[in-house]
Design a protein around this ligand. Sequence first.
Ligand code: ATP
Ligand code: MG
Length: 388
Amino acid sequence: MRIILFTGKGGVGKTTVAAASSIKSASLGYKTLVISTDVAHSLADSFAVPLTHEPTAVGPAGLFAAELDAGKELERYWGDIKRRIAALLRDEGLKSTIAGEIAVIPGLDEILSLVKIKKYFDEAQFDVLIIDSAPTGAAMRLLSAPDVNRWYIKNVLSLASGFRRMVRPMIQSLAKWPFTDSALQEKVKNLFERAEALRQIMSNPSITSVRLVLNPDRMAFLETERAFTFFSLYGLSVDALFVNRVLPPEITDPYLDTWKRQQANYRREIAETYDPLPVFEIPLRRQEVTGIDQLQELAQAIYGERDPVKRLSEAQPLHFDLSNGKYTLSLRLAGVHGKDIDLEKRGDELRVQIGTFQRSIILPQYVAGMQPTSASLDGGWLRVVFEE
Ligand SMILES: Nc1ncnc2c1ncn2[C@@H]1O[C@H](COP(=O)(O)OP(=O)(O)OP(=O)(O)O)[C@@H](O)[C@H]1O
Ligand SMILES: [Mg+2]
């Protein structure tokens, strides 16, 4: 089975590209399920057919779609616990709306969506699972979350100790406290074991490919850099980029001249930054892309004769390796030469300068706390070592 995850900044066209790709996939004979994990679903609007929590046949043979209801999953999995925590807090005089809010671990709904994806993988009823993922920030949390221990410590334990601090003066007996309940701990542990199993599936490049959707503008470019480093850090393979809403050459209105120039610059920068990954450019259409027919047309324009299910590239132009407590960042820099490598780290940004070449890499939190201690350029790869 293949899993293809489309993600990117809000509004760039993730749902549209994921839906179009699913149509192309089904047309090649793959039994395809496209699911959105976003809370604000628009997959149904994109296909212009009603969808539910469960896979529904969409039209083209072999194509199914579902909109995961994170709230429903959350209720099913966490509902009891939430009510117990909330009741406890309410007993101690907290307003019930606030108690209800606090009793949910942030991001848990997304983790539950992940676990649901794992279920589809295990059932193996489909050849391809295409995921229309929540905007980048949320998707990142979603995919880093299965780092069980860290997540558990950060969220569950800190939540618990926060509660305790808050609640301790009020309650005499901590025996009531649900986090000391082994049933709850079991539940959380079980959840994360499943999520961890999914993470392994997702970091296997022959199973999972991540595709980044962006627009040729500054905000999307920066957010994509961040997402790209993040996925690379967690060992997920990004195999292509989709630059959507490119102004086509037939638009000659001078009002858009500056837009076109800026887009041309970002298109070049995207191609250089992600070389040798394939970059698919998608022109801005005359109208919104909705309904099967228009999506089909778009899919043809994007992929032509290519098979969207296959890996679109096996290159890993950026990767992190951990050994002996040191993180090595390897970045492919074909055609860059020079002896003096200047590194400057400001907050979560690493600026690299080699001769006239400049590149800024937005570091994920995990590495942002470390310091670069050495750097070298060999065989077209820049390697930067980070230590605590
Ligand atoms: N190339 C295009 N040409 C014309 N319209 C487009 C194009 N790509 C997307 N659209 C339209 O832009 C709107 C937003 O696209 P879409 O819903 O796919 O974005 P998204 O990234 O999924 O947004 P969100 O972050 O809100 O989920 C939709 O109305 C879609 O039809
Ligand atoms: Mg969307």
